[in-house]
Design a protein around this ligand. Structure first.
Ligand SMILES: [Zn+2]
Ligand SMILES: [Zn+2]
Length: 249
């Protein structure tokens, strides 16, 4: 057995031992009912109610495709927006808060599985087989300073999981956030648009030309962040942008 294989196995064992100790010291409890099982137990999971509808990214009108309505088509750079859950679902909200702000990274596995299931339903059947190789996955980036503060980009963790499942390339060296904007969560819908305007730029343009981009984030609120990302990617030659998020705020 090669040294690298031994090293990988040892590292997995160390991880298992680490999580075993953490589970004893800080048991994981269901965000719904408090049972010591998982971040969400099987019965609370059944009650989660994934979205049966999608929404126009511009005006929020319900539809099945996630595409902009005819009247909104010129107001959105997203070709479609796919959403797993509504953020008003308290258990989803708690899972996102635990994942994003309380270091519960393993919750990403749940989110990735839901995002993958959604892509199988709404996107994959609509892409011709010979066009599958033109899809790339890009996370909504954090500004470098915010990334250093938080230590990770939640959208990047989700994008890596999706890309790995579908064997799609994930591009982390293309879309950048150039302005350290005020957190969108603190602003009104109108102020969010101004705050985020032109905040993103593209490097390595050739990697997006003619590509269909699966643009990943955790939460979609006013849509200004995703729209600005989609605008920058389209300006660099991307052929289509499909936004996908765990929840709509
Ligand atoms: Zn439960
Ligand atoms: Zn609309």
């Amino acid at each position: 057995m090669s040294f690298m294989l031994w090293r990988q196995r040892l590292s997995k064992l160390v991880d298992k031992a680490k999580f075993f100790c953490l589970d004893i010291l800080f048991p994981i409890t269901c965000v719904g009912c408090g049972q010591e099982t998982d971040w969400i137990c099987q019965s609370c999971r059944v009650d989660l109610c994934p979205n049966l509808f999608q929404y126009c990214p511009a005006c929020g009108a319900r539809n099945l495709s996630g595409e902009a309505c005819i009247a909104c088509a010129t107001n959105s750079f997203l070709d479609a927006l796919f959403i797993c859950f509504d953020y008003s679902n308290q258990n989803i909200k708690k899972l996102i808060i635990n994942f994003k702000y309380k270091g519960a990274f393993e919750i990403k596995r749940l989110f990735i599985d839901w995002l993958i299931d959604l892509l199988y339903t709404v996107l994959i059947p609509n892409i011709e087989i010979d066009k599958m190789g033109d899809i790339i996955v890009i996370p909504v980036p954090l500004h470098r300073r915010r990334f250093i503060q938080r230590g990770f980009n939640q959208a990047e963790l989700l994008a890596l999981g999706i890309a790995s499942h579908f064997s799609m390339p994930v591009k982390l060296n293309v879309l950048y956030r150039g302005i350290n904007t005020i957190s969108q969560a603190e602003l009104s819908i109108e102020d969010r648009k101004t705050n985020i305007q032109n905040a993103f730029f593209i490097k390595n343009h050739s990697q997006v030309v003619g590509k269909m981009v699966v643009l990943v984030d955790d939460v979609f609120t006013s849509g200004s962040t995703m729209e600005e990302c989609a605008k920058a990617l389209k300006a660099s030659g991307a052929s289509a942008i499909y936004g996908i998020v765990v929840a709509k705020g």
